[in-house]
Design a protein around this ligand. Structure first.
Ligand SMILES: Cc1cc2nc3c(=O)[nH]c(=O)nc-3n(C[C@H](O)[C@H](O)[C@H](O)COP(=O)(O)OP(=O)(O)OC[C@H]3O[C@@H](n4cnc5c(N)ncnc54)[C@H](O)[C@@H]3O)c2cc1C
Length: 375
């Protein structure tokens, strides 16, 4: 069972020791890495500056199949078979080939943690020198270190907004109910990006994301909430990376936002954090079980992530193209997606970037780098 030892105030005791694996960051990516190491016999430590699930980092929308594949339906809130897209010229309802769902963040994290057998400690990770990890509770040592700390990439070369390839995301969480997963592609809210309303049973998650880091989204978020008749309360926001980065650097594994694994066109980063976190965890498992050296695992995981680059770059190009399309043309493109064959094709390829089958339970498997054709 996971050891939970959050330390506050006078209880905040020094942290130290030697570990086989230290996973920094206990959100989607870090928890997925730790989950793959369950039963490996390795001494695994998971670190986060907050309690697991304490700080929600997203609107928590995900293809339902991923929740099922990860056995996380206990956190499920609502399911949507269609995506409702508003543009200034009308509304289109896209009947998706798979459903999206919203989930409860603390509950999902709790369920994921229960699928691990690692130790957990709250500590702020400050940096690393060789195999020594520096935290605000002391130094630890481990030959295998994962940075799943989000966009800051604390253990590698960091990013500095607003010049780095980062998007802004901000949302509010008013009480309320809704039937539809809705997005707004409307330049009056955001010149490059989109607004959203994701119902999650008893609350709505209403927000705006801007692919241009210089565009501030607070006013737009308040306006969108007002336009849909909701209160702008309970804010949460963050930077969202929209360019793939090297998934290994100087002996460290990076997964999730720290490696730019969030999808550039949609800012969907939960299932990719699961996907790459699983791939990373499988490589680490091979090392602790003596099937690979750390160097081989770093190389294989780096290759695996890099093999997805062309898809991420294609989505980034599309992200940059959309704001250049005349709004009427854009509306026609979205409306065309109401045709079943087209929507099935487009969203089928989109799901395949990080397919839920990758999470399928079974005997421990290695991450196999997809070929360009198969990826
Ligand atoms: C407003 C908004 C809405 C979004 N909505 C969606 C959505 O609906 N669906 C979707 O798929 N994606 C969404 N995203 C993107 C998604 O949230 C991210 O891609 C995803 O959270 C990445 O997961 P991660 O585990 O890599 O990083 P994070 O979820 O950012 O987790 C990083 C973890 O590291 C911890 N940490 C950070 N620094 C330190 C430190 N120095 N020491 C110790 N711990 C530290 C944090 O506390 C956190 O637990 C949204 C993003 C935003 C900003």
């Amino acid at each position: 069972m996971p050891v939970r030892a959050t330390k506050r105030g006078s209880e905040r005791t020094p942290l130290g020791g030697e570990w086989d694996v230290v996973v920094c960051g206990a959100s989607f990516a870090g928890l997925s890495v730790a989950r793959e190491l369950r039963g490996s016999g390795a001494r695994v430590l998971l670190l986060d500056r907050y309690e697991v699930g304490e700080r929600q980092t997203s609107a928590c929308g995900i293809p339902t199949q991923w929740l099922e594949a990860m056995e996380l339906m206990g956190s499920h809130r609502q399911t949507f078979p269609t995506l409702v897209v508003h543009t200034p010229f009308g509304t289109s309802r896209l009947g998706l080939p798979f459903t999206f769902s919203t989930f409860d963040y603390p509950e999902l994290c709790r369920l994921l943690l229960a699928q691990t057998d690692c130790a957990f400690e709250t500590a702020k990770v400050d940096g690393r020198s060789g195999t020594t990890l520096h935290t605000d509770r002391g130094d630890l040592s481990a030959p295998l270190v994962v940075d799943a700390l989000g966009w800051r990439r604390v253990l590698g070369a960091g990013y500095q907004p607003p010049d780095a390839p980062l998007s802004r995301g901000l949302e509010v969480h008013p009480s309320g109910t809704g039937e539809d997963l809705e997005i707004w592609i409307d330049r009056s809210y955001v010149p490059a990006g989109y607004g959203w309303s994701f119902p999650a049973r008893e609350e709505l998650r209403i927000g705006v994301g801007s692919f241009d880091a210089r565009f501030h989204v607070k006013d737009s978020t308040i306006r969108l909430a007002d336009d849909v008749g909701s209160e702008a309360v309970r804010y949460q926001g963050n930077w969202i990376p929209h360019r793939l980065r090297e998934a290994t650097e100087d002996g460290v594994f990076f997964a999730g936002d720290s490696a730019g694994h969030c999808l550039p066109l949609t800012a969907e980063g939960i299932r990719t954090a699961f996907y790459f976190g699983i791939a990373c965890g499988r490589e680490l498992r091979a090392v602790v079980e003596g099937r690979r050296t750390a160097g081989q695992a770093l190389e294989r995981y780096g290759d695996f992530s890099r093999a997805h680059r062309w898809k991420f770059e294609a989505m980034l190009l599309t992200q940059r193209l959309v704001p250049r399309l005349p709004p009427r043309v854009l509306h026609r493109v979205v409306a065309a997606l109401q045709h079943k064959r087209l929507v099935d094709w487009a969203f089928g390829h989109y799901l395949d970037v990080a397919p839920p089958s990758f999470a399928a339970p079974g005997p421990p498997r290695a991450a196999v780098a997809p070929t360009r054709a198969a990826a």
